[in-house]
Design a protein around this ligand. Structure first.
Ligand code: SAH
Length: 257
C-alpha cells in the first residue's frame, strides 16, 4: 500500500471531501477537540448526530482558535441515516474487532483508497458515542470498517477526539502532506560559506589559536565541523559577526596594553 502514498506529488492531495461524523457525542470537550483535529489535518466538515451540547464554553475551549470555524460550520442531524444522505462512501470506526464486523481495515491501509486525484466521492468517517461506540445498526450503514491498531485488544478503546486525530493524521500522510509544514532549511551558497570560513580562519590566527604557518591544514578540522552542519546564509553572517566582534575586542585590548 505504501507505494500508493502520494510521495511523488508535490501538492498534497485534498482531504476536504472527507467529513467526520460523530454519533451521539456526549462530551462537549470531545466535540471541540474533534473540530480542532479536523482543522489540524485539513479534513472536510464536522457532522453531528444528536449531539449533547452541555457545555458550549468547554467545547469552544477544546476547539481552540484552530478548530472554531469547523465547529461553527458543523451540521447537526436527528439520526445517522439523514446525516449520511450526501455521502457516497461510508467508513465506520470501531474499538472492537467483533466477529460479525467483517474485514477490519487499518487507517494506514484504507487511507490511500479514500484519496483519489480526480472527482473523489464524498466520504464520511463515522465515530461512535464515548461509552458504547457505534451500534450494529449504525455499522450496517457503513461500506467498510476501520480500527486503529493499539498495543493490545484490552486497551483498544481510544478517546473519541484522539481517534479522529489519528485517522486524520494517516490521511495527511497518505496525501503526501507531511512535508508541507516544517520550514525548509536553505543551505548557504558555497560563496557565503567560504567567506565565513576565511574570516574565521583569519581571526583564529589573530587570536593565536592557529599557527600562521600551515594555517589551512590546521583549520581543516574546524571547517569540517561547519561543513557537517550545513550552515544557512544567516548562520554564515552570524559567524562573520562573531569574527568582527573578536577583532574589535582584540584591537581594543591591544590599545589598552
Ligand atoms: N467503549 C467503546 C469505545 C467507544 S470510543 C467500544 O468499546 O466500542 C468512541 C469512539 O471512538 C468509537 O466508537 C470509535 O469511533 C472511536 N475509537 C475509539 N478507539 C478506536 C480505535 N482503536 N479504532 C478506531 N476508532 C476508535
Amino acid at each position: 500500500m505504501s507505494e500508493e502514498r502520494n510521495k511523488g506529488n508535490k501538492e498534497p492531495l485534498s482531504r476536504k471531501h472527507i467529513d467526520i461524523v460523530l454519533v451521539d457525542p456526549q462530551k462537549s470537550e470531545n466535540i471541540g477537540a474533534a473540530a480542532r483535529a479536523i482543522a489540524n489535518m485539513g479534513l472536510g466538515g464536522l457532522v453531528l448526530v444528536r449531539p449533547r451540547f452541555s457545555k458550549p464554553e468547554l467545547m469552544e475551549a477544546a476547539a481552540t482558535k484552530t478548530g472554531l470555524s469547523v465547529l461553527r460550520l458543523a451540521l447537526s442531524f436527528p439520526d445517522l441515516k439523514s446525516a449520511l444522505e450526501p455521502h457516497q462512501l461510508i467508513i465506520g470506526t470501531t474499538a472492537r474487532p467483533g466477529s460479525h464486523r467483517g474485514i477490519i481495515h487499518s487507517p494506514r491501509d484504507l487511507a490511500p483508497q479514500l484519496l483519489k486525484l480526480e472527482d473523489p466521492p464524498k466520504v464520511a468517517i463515522v465515530f461512535g458515542t464515548e461509552r458504547q461506540g457505534l451500534t450494529t445498526e449504525d455499522l450496517r450503514l457503513c461500506h467498510k470498517v476501520m480500527m486503529i491498531p493499539t498495543h493490545n485488544l484490552l486497551s483498544s478503546s481510544l478517546n473519541l477526539a484522539q481517534a479522529v486525530l489519528i485517522i486524520g493524521y494517516e490521511l495527511l500522510l497518505a496525501a503526501g502532506g507531511e512535508g508541507s509544514n516544517p520550514l525548509p532549511i536553505v543551505p548557504s551558497s558555497m560563496k557565503d560559506f567560504e567567506r565565513a570560513m576565511e574570516d574565521l580562519e583569519s581571526v583564529l590566527v589573530t587570536i593565536g589559536f592557529l599557527p600562521e604557518m600551515n594555517k589551512g591544514h590546521w583549520f581543516m578540522n574546524v571547517k569540517k565541523i561547519f561543513q557537517r552542519s550545513q550552515l544557512t546564509r544567516g548562520e554564515c553572517d552570524l559567524i562573520q559577526g562573531i569574527c568582527r566582534q573578536l577583532r574589535y575586542y582584540v584591537g581594543k585590548e591591544k590599545k589598552e596594553d
